[in-house]
Design a protein around this ligand. Structure first.
Ligand code: ZN
Length: 105
């Protein structure tokens, strides 16, 4: 996806993220939001199309969704991707219940 290459450079010590929207088959980023060291409220508005996933960082953390990440993604019916700026690892999960998610890649 275009624009994904620079995510590690944005505020390495604060969580940041954006939603991913499907605009007629093309994946488009929503507005990037910066939070605090360990919390973030992503702007869930799509510039076009449908909300399909959200991406956010876990600075100095692990690329696994927190219980809150899972429950919020489940509630919205979207996938949840987590990136760790220090390692560049990005993993995406699909919630299967409000407390469980399976890894996508
Ligand atoms: Zn998280």
């Amino acid at each position: 996806m275009s624009g994904m290459t620079d995510w590690r450079k944005v505020s390495p010590n604060k969580e940041h993220g954006f939603v991913i929207c499907n605009c007629n088959g093309k994946l488009v980023k929503g507005k990037q939001t910066v939070g605090t060291k360990n919390s973030l409220k992503v702007d869930a508005n799509c510039p076009c199309g449908n909300l399909v996933a959200s991406f956010h960082t876990h600075p100095k953390g692990i690329p696994e969704p927190s219980p809150k990440d899972i429950s919020e993604s489940y509630k919205r019916g979207i996938d949840c991707c987590i990136g760790v700026p220090e390692t560049g690892v990005v993993k995406c999960y699909r919630p299967v219940s409000k407390s469980k998610a399976k890894i996508l890649r």
